[in-house]
Design a protein around this ligand. Structure first.
Ligand SMILES: [Zn+2]
Length: 280
């Protein structure tokens, strides 16, 4: 332990500044989104089997609902532009802009150099949960996804149904890419329904039993054409373990709805306007 300087208390007392204050971003018009959702009809659905992954597509202006069915289950979500796999969900910048967990009104942003909203959260039946006594919240963008490499590192042995592998198999099946090629496109996820936080004393990432129950859902508005992949995490509700076949695991339902007319005042976001010169 290093010796604290004489002015340690003063240095620690500096006030935190929100890096990206929420009022720097124009809020979504949730009333317009919900009005458009009112008349929408279902155009597609998939059921993601336990410890498996599945892909779905939604056009810009459509709605995506992810629902827990049969039992409490956490899902790991990847998103790509429906026309360009190089534009993918950017969990790190989404975290920086909106916080460690996302909820109604927050957006899922795409990676550089695109950096535009891919989807907007418009409904969340776990919105009531807020923050618990441990600092746990729902739908995080802090965990990366369970993967067989970390499992190999910490526990040894091959396990093939981590979310990372489930997402790869789903993307390979959807696109025709080889598994090794598809792996290059799988990225850090939105942990749907997962209850997570950081311990106050050591700052370690923790998970705890998800409060999700059958019938709970989160719903997104697709701001651009989307290809999505969802894994039903082998951790089930992530109350005890993951990266094995031990936990009780359940399916997840993904439904896509098309509105009669797009939300009033909405237009598809364009890719980021920066010149990309990176020098004067
Ligand atoms: Zn997982």
């Amino acid at each position: 332990m290093t010796h604290a300087p004489n002015d340690a208390a003063a240095r620690r007392a500096a006030e935190p500044v929100i890096v990206y204050p929420p009022d720097t971003l124009a809020p979504p018009d949730l009333d317009a989104y919900r009005a458009a959702r009112g008349g929408a009809v279902k155009v597609d659905e998939i059921t993601v089997a336990p410890r498996e992954g599945g892909c779905f597509r939604a056009a810009a202006g459509q709605f995506i609902r992810i629902t827990s069915v049969d039992g409490p289950q956490v899902g790991d979500l990847n998103l790509w532009s429906g026309t360009d796999l190089s534009e993918r969900f950017f969990s790190g910048k989404t975290r920086a802009l909106h916080g460690t967990h996302v909820g109604i009104g927050d957006r899922l942003w795409s990676c550089l150099p695109y950096l535009r909203p891919m989807a907007t959260v418009i409904e969340d039946t776990l919105d009531w949960y807020g923050v618990d006594a441990f600092g746990g919240r729902i739908h995080d963008v802090i965990g990366t996804r369970c993967d067989p490499y970390t499992h190999q590192l910490l526990s040894g042995g091959d396990y093939h149904h981590c979310c990372h592998s489930n997402l790869i198999r789903a993307l390979a099946a959807e696109t025709g890419l080889a598994v090794t090629e598809a792996e290059q496109y799988v990225h850090d996820v939105l942990n749907v329904f997962m209850c997570t936080g950081f311990t106050r004393d050591t700052g370690q990432y923790f998970m705890k039993a998800s409060p999700v129950r059958p019938g709970d859902f989160i719903e997104f508005f697709a701001e651009i054409d989307l290809l999505g992949a969802l894994s039903a995490c082998p951790g089930g509700d992530c109350s005890t373990t993951h990266s094995s076949d031990v936990a009780a695991c359940y399916p997840l339902l993904v439904e896509v709805f098309a509105p009669v007319a797009p939300p009033e005042g909405w237009s598809e976001p364009q890719i980021n306007g920066y010149s990309r010169r990176h020098r004067d």
